[in-house]
Design a protein around this ligand. Structure first.
Ligand code: IMP
Ligand code: MG
Length: 182
């Protein structure tokens, strides 16, 4: 049986890494920092679908500045737990980012391949500034030289689910974040 204490998927057991309260407290702190740094701007928060949708919705609700939002979608891992090594754009951005201050919102940076792709994508669009906020980063997995301006939590190089993060498209609706118990 799955419960708040553990989630069983096939032969894999996932155990709590961050509770709902820990996640929300950390996001409040990130939102406070971002609000301070962007108090004379109206930044555009650009979420990377699907994983960032919950983080994006909580982050912007804790801001005390005006903002705009948009989303785009990249190809994911499919149903695997490791990166396939190539990234495709599955849904384009709709907003105009030229001369705007943009903040890319990621759920997790693992190898950094997606973020590298995103950096190249936006360097062609000439925003006024571009920063990156990622709820989770796996420093031990980074293979690309990428800049992450705001980090929620640094985590071990293990597969995680919950709070937007999926395994084979499921478990995004868990309120906490769970880690593969190996
Ligand atoms: P990267 O391109 O290797 O940095 O991987 C980035 C994307 O892979 C993230 O935006 C996630 O969608 C997915 N991903 C990486 N690690 C995990 C994980 O532990 N659980 C679920 N999804 C992950
Ligand atoms: Mg993602």
């Amino acid at each position: 049986m799955n419960s708040p204490e553990r989630v069983i998927i096939g032969n894999d057991e996932f155990v709590p890494l961050f509770t709902e309260e820990q996640i929300q407290n950390r996001i409040k702190a990130l939102a406070a920092q971002i609000s301070l740094e962007y108090k004379s701007s109206v930044p555009v928060f650009i979420g990377v679908l699907n994983g960032s949708f919950l983080f994006m919705s909580d982050l912007i609700r804790y801001l005390d500045i005006n903002c705009e939002i948009d989303f785009f979608k990249l190809s994911s891992y499919g149903d695997a737990k490791i990166s396939t090594g190539n990234v495709k754009l599955l849904k384009e951005l709709n907003c105009e980012v030229n001369d705007r201050d943009i903040i890319i919102v990621e759920d997790i940076v693992d190898t950094g391949l997606s973020l590298k792709y995103i950096e190249e994508l936006f360097s062609e669009k000439s925003p006024n500034s571009m920063k990156v906020v990622s709820l989770l980063v796996k420093p031990g997995s980074l293979k690309y030289d990428v800049k992450i301006d705001y980090i929620g939590f640094r985590i071990p190089d293990k597969f995680v689910i919950g709070y937007g993060l999926d395994f084979a498209q499921k478990y995004r609706n868990l309120r906490g974040i769970y880690v593969l118990n190996t």
